[in-house]
Structure formats: structure tokens, C-alpha cells
Design a protein around this ligand. Structure first.
Ligand code: PGA
Length: 300
């Protein structure tokens, strides 16, 4: 009987996915020698090499490809076992992981707060990240439920819309366009500097697509990976911002930012609750999904 551990399978799967020990070590929070050692022990338990180094690149051997096929099946089965056991615990003893686009988080935290008040014993892992990372987690089945903008077309997912997401352009109150009574035309935006979200953000993608549709090119000098940082930079006069109206409540109330009246705006997109087809959601996760679809996060 070959003696292999689940940890070795997990390390192998990560190295096989990245084809890099360095990147696998980063993801697993291990040192590179620790990862190399696990792979070596795994290979010696199996009695065949799983990777080969050609020039500077790493490849899976034939045995590596075969092992990867089975390691995926085993990981899947283990997850299903965990999910089946979760089912036995019912809502109160339940647990689920929800991953949320950073922009959606402004709204999602209200739903979570209501949910936690109702079911205080449910354990929830919340991951707040950008669209690119959400797609990765969905693809690798690393999360139960995702709240995001445009759902992926390349994956088999169940996606249901739960909230409109109006996208607006913001400026500091003293900006010449903020003092304007008349609607600002799209052409007038051409010379403005925009502060944008990072590549991989859903908001950034929506901004690029809509400006392309409107046929305007923008100069963006500053790129930031958080909505809060964008609002602060706009407030400080570094440029105009393109954000979801859901992120703005406080700044508008305090008069720190203005939403510009621009032709064709707001651009209204939608947020979706998404999970993989065939995903066995725990009772608690199903109840959370129902709360999201009911809109139990308040009326904004
Ligand atoms: P973001 O996502 O936080 O990645 O911009 C928002 C969205 O997908 O609508």
C-alpha cells in the first residue's frame, strides 16, 4: 500500500496548477524547501517522477498528469464529504464561505449583519476581494457563494441578480464640473484625469467597456486597488473617480464628494449571487442565499 497524505496531494495539486514551486509556496504559506520536500516525498512514495524541468520551465510528466486527474477527484470527494456532514448540522451548526467583490461589500455587510443576528451560531468565512480573484475561486471550487458583478460565461454557474449597481462619476465639490447645473457631455470628460481601480476589478472593466461604447478615450494617471482610496484621492483633488453609488453614502451626506450629472449616467449594472452548478450548498448557505435574494440588507 502506497503511503501518501492529503497534505502531499494538496501541495502537489498547487505546484501542478502553477507549475512553480515558488508560487505554490506563496499560496500555501510554506517555504520553498518545504514544498520541494513534500513533492520529493510524494514522488518517492509513488515511485515515479511527477514533474520534469526543461530549460527554466517545469512540466508535468505523464505520471504527473495522471496523478493530477485523480488528485482533483479526491479533493472533490473530500469536499463533498465535508458538505454532506455540514448538512447534518442544520442551519444553527452550519458553516459556509462567501466571497464578495470589494464594491459589493458595502451592501453585503448589511445582509450579513442581519443574517448573523438571526443565526448567531452559524460560522461564516467572508473574503472581500476583486473580480479576478472571485473568478479564480469559483473555478477552483474554493468558495461556496460569490456576490459579484457580471457572472462568468466560461464557467458552469448558477447566477441570480439581487441588486442594481448604478455606476457614477464623482468629483470634489469645488470642481468646475461639480458646480455645473447643466448635464456634462461625454466629450467634456476627455481632458479629465481619472483615478481608476486596478486591472482585475469589475468596476474597472465596466468603466472601460462603457467608455469604449461611448467612444471616448480617457487619461488615467492613478490606479488604486480600493474604493476608499479612490474616494479619498478624488476628495483631495487628484482627479475624477468612477465608482458604484453604493460606496458613497457617507461622503455624499457630509458633502465631501459630488456625483456629476453626466450624459448617459448612471450606468446601471447588476450584482449577482453566484455559485457553481452542482454545488452542494449547506443549509446555512441556502438560507443566506434566500436572504440575499429577498434583499434583507436594507432598501438602498
Ligand atoms: P470590483 O467588483 O470590486 O472588482 O470592482 C465590482 C463588480 O464586480 O461589480
Amino acid at each position: 500500500m502506497v503511503h501518501i497524505t492529503f497534505r502531499q496531494l494538496q501541495v502537489f495539486e498547487t505546484v501542478a496548477r502553477h507549475l512553480s514551486v515558488t508560487r505554490a509556496a506563496e499560496e500555501l504559506h510554506l517555504t520553498q524547501p518545504a514544498v520541494s520536500m513534500q513533492i520529493k516525498q510524494f514522488e518517492s512514495a509513488i515511485g515515479l517522477p511527477l514533474f520534469e524541468q526543461v530549460g527554466r520551465r517545469k512540466f508535468l510528466t505523464h505520471a504527473g498528469h495522471t496523478m493530477r486527474h485523480y488528485s482533483r477527484l479526491m479533493t472533490q470527494q473530500l469536499m463533498e464529504a465535508v458538505e454532506a456532514l455540514e448538512e447534518l448540522k442544520g442551519i444553527e451548526g452550519g458553516h459556509f464561505k462567501v466571497s464578495v467583490a470589494s464594491t459589493v461589500n458595502y451592501y453585503a455587510t448589511r445582509i450579513l449583519a442581519n443574517f448573523c443576528r438571526e443565526y448567531p451560531t452559524v460560522r461564516i468565512n467572508l473574503d472581500v476581494t476583486n473580480r479576478e480573484e472571485l473568478l479564480r475561486q469559483l473555478e477552483l471550487n474554493e468558495t461556496d457563494i460569490v456576490l459579484m458583478g457580471q457572472p462568468p460565461e466560461s464557467l458552469d454557474v448558477v447566477a441570480e441578480p439581487f441588486k442594481d449597481n448604478p455606476l457614477v462619476i464623482i468629483a470634489p465639490p469645488g470642481h468646475r464640473l461639480a458646480r455645473r447645473r447643466k448635464t456634462v457631455s461625454l466629450a467634456e470628460l476627455e481632458g479629465e484625469t481619472f483615478i481608476t481601480r486596478e486591472e482585475g476589478s469589475g468596476t474597472r472593466l465596466a468603466m472601460e467597456r462603457s467608455f469604449e461604447d461611448y467612444g471616448i478615450s480617457l487619461s488615467s494617471k492613478i490606479e488604486l486597488n480600493s474604493n476608499e482610496a479612490i474616494k479619498q484621492s478624488v476628495e483631495a483633488g487628484l482627479g475624477l473617480g468612477f465608482v458604484s453609488a453604493h460606496t458613497l453614502e457617507l461622503e455624499l451626506e457630509l458633502g465631501r464628494l459630488k456625483v456629476l450629472k453626466v450624459e448617459g449616467f448612471p450606468i446601471v449594472r447588476r450584482w449577482y449571487i453566484v455559485h457553481r452548478c452542482g454545488k452542494r450548498l449547506s443549509v446555512a448557505a441556502r438560507e443566506f442565499k434566500a436572504c440575499v435574494l429577498k434583499g434583507s440588507g436594507g432598501s438602498r
